[in-house]
Structure formats: C-alpha cells, structure tokens
Design a protein around this ligand. Structure first.
Ligand code: CP
Length: 305
C-alpha cells in the first residue's frame, strides 16, 4: 500500500497500520543492532514553526539511525523566510529540492495539507494548529497500546484533558475508531470537551462513546487512560477544581492491574510524579516507541521514492 504523505490519521486503514507496525517491530531490532546504513542516500528536512522536544528529536534520531542525514530549522518562525513574509507553499517547494522528505510542525491548522499539496517530496505532519492533528503521535500511541494491551479490538479508552484543542487526542480518536468494539470516554471540563467533528466521525462509523466529567467515575473499567494537559489559563473560571482530571496514587488504586496510563507529554501537574514508578505508567515507553514508529514511517515514504 502506497503512502505519499502523512497529514492526518484518517488516511490510515487497518491493513496500512498493521504494515507500519510490522516495520516498527523490525526497527526495534535495527536499533538494538546499532542502526543501519540502508538510507545513507537520504536527507530529511525538519521545519518546526512551533517548539518541540520529542517529535523533532525522535524524527532526527530516526533518520540518523537509518543512516540518513538531517537539515533542520527548529525555530522556523524566526529562522526561516517566514520573517520576510514568505508563504509556506514557497518554502516547501524550495526545501523539497534539497531533501527527500520534509517533517513539518506548522502553527496553522491545515498547514501540513497545504504543504503536501505543493511538495515535490513526502511531507509528514509533526502537528498543525492548536486544534488540528498530530498523526505521527497518534501512530506511536496506537503502537504503544498494541504492544502493551496485545490487541486493538474491544478496548475501552479514556481520553482526558483539554480535548477541544488536543491534537494528539483528536488524531488518536480517529485511529481507535477503526477497530472493533472500541469504547471511548472523553473526560474534560465542559468548555474543553472534544469537538463535534470527532463525535460525528465516531457516530458515522458506529463507534461507542460517552462524554464524562470525572476520571474517577470510569477509571476502574478502562484498559487505557490517555491523559493530556489542561491549560488553566484557558478556563473562564480560573478557580475550577481540576482534581477530576488528574492521576495520582489514589486514582491508581482504582485502576485495573492490567490497564495502562499514557500521555503524549510534556506533562504539567495532571500526572503526579509518584505515579511514574508504577508499571502501568507507560508514558516513557511511549516516547521510546516514537523513535521506532518514526523510523518505520520514514522507510515507508522513502521506499516509494
Ligand atoms: N508529544 C509531543 O508532540 O511533544 P513535543 O511537542 O515535545 O514534540
């Protein structure tokens, strides 16, 4: 199955996801062997208009471990021709002549699709806008669930936090909705609940979901807790109690022994550091999987060239 660009989760079918995950497993072995030189001809350009730690480092590490090279601007708002008013489309056309694949984090929703429409080489979205998508994060999240739960069917998943602007939760909801008997719980303050476009997609595809306002009400019967940050500054009532959206040791005690806690990171106060040593805390293993999934994605795109 041919993959030209990675701009949104919806473009991945279940067979394509399984192909990606097979490659991802082989990338784990490649990294254990010390990497490969198979892609030494390849150059990846990374263009980040917004800050990143995990996504940029893991993509760059992925390319180096494949034997390739990297051209990078980590602060494109300041250190690209954006400052001279250059349009994204022009920048992409030009950078596309200097590299074989472009990884783009853009500040506007739809930026990755605009880039893909004009790019001479594959474009991978590293997240776009505030309420857009972050498809490669969702792919590594799904791979983590697959690795830890040993299935993607019949899972109950709680997505918690500022879900209206949560690019990662939005992208993951699309992916989880592709599997049989998925049940999603969206847990957020009312003004930050998941947007109707996701709910319409789930309804159209017959995926069961519930909107809720307290993690403690559902924690005992989910397989996966997907925690995200809540930016208190966005809340109209700043003194709202955020306890229902936090994970601490008391919440852990109510969780099933085989359930897992995930977070795309960075975190703020929503996961207590006392939770980190619990084997169910999967968020650091999740970041490690990001390397393998991004290596696999790069090879799928570069093998098409
Ligand atoms: N999860 C994630 O996208 O992290 P970064 O912003 O550090 O890339």
């Amino acid at each position: 199955m041919k993959l030209n660009h990675v701009v949104e989760s919806q473009q991945f079918t279940v067979p394509l996801l399984m192909e990606l995950f097979e490659r991802t497993k082989s990338m784990e072995r490649t990294v254990r062997r010390g990497g490969t030189r198979d892609y030494e001809h390849a150059i990846m350009g990374t263009l980040f208009y917004r800050p990143s730690t995990r996504t940029r480092f893991s993509f760059e590490s992925a390319m180096y471990r494949l034997g390739g090279r990297v051209l990078s601007t980590e602060h494109a708002m300041e250190f690209s021709s954006e400052v001279a008013g250059e349009k994204l489309e022009d920048t992409i056309r030009i950078i596309g002549h200097y590299c074989d694949v472009i990884v783009l984090r853009h500040h506007e929703e739809g930026g990755a699709k605009r880039a893909a429409a004009v790019s001479p080489v594959p474009v991978i979205s590293a997240g776009d806008g505030t309420g857009g998508q972050h498809p490669t994060q969702a792919l590594l999240d799904l791979y983590t669930i697959y690795r830890e739960c040993h299935t993607l069917d019949g899972l109950s998943v709680a997505l918690i936090g500022a879900l209206d602007q949560g690019r990662t939760a939005r992208s993951l909801a699309y992916l989880l909705g592709k599997f049989d008997r998925t049940k999603l719980y969206f847990i957020a303050p009312e003004e930050m609940q998941i947007k109707p476009d996701i709910l319409e997609y789930l309804e159209k595809h017959g995926v069961s979901y519930e909107l809720a306002s307290d993690t403690r009400d559902i924690i005992s019967h989910v397989d996966v807790v997907y925690q995200t940050r809540i930016d208190r500054e966005r809340l109209a009532s700043k003194d709202i109690d955020l306890t229902p959206y936090n994970i601490d040791r008391a919440v852990l005690e109510k969780m099933r022994s085989d359930a897992i806690i995930m977070h795309p990171l960075p975190r703020s106060v929503e996961i207590d550091h006392a939770v980190d040593d619990d084997t169910r805390a999967a968020y650091f293993r999740q970041t490690q999987n990001g390397l393998y999934v991004r290596m696999a994605l790069l090879t799928m795109l570069l093998d098409n060239e």
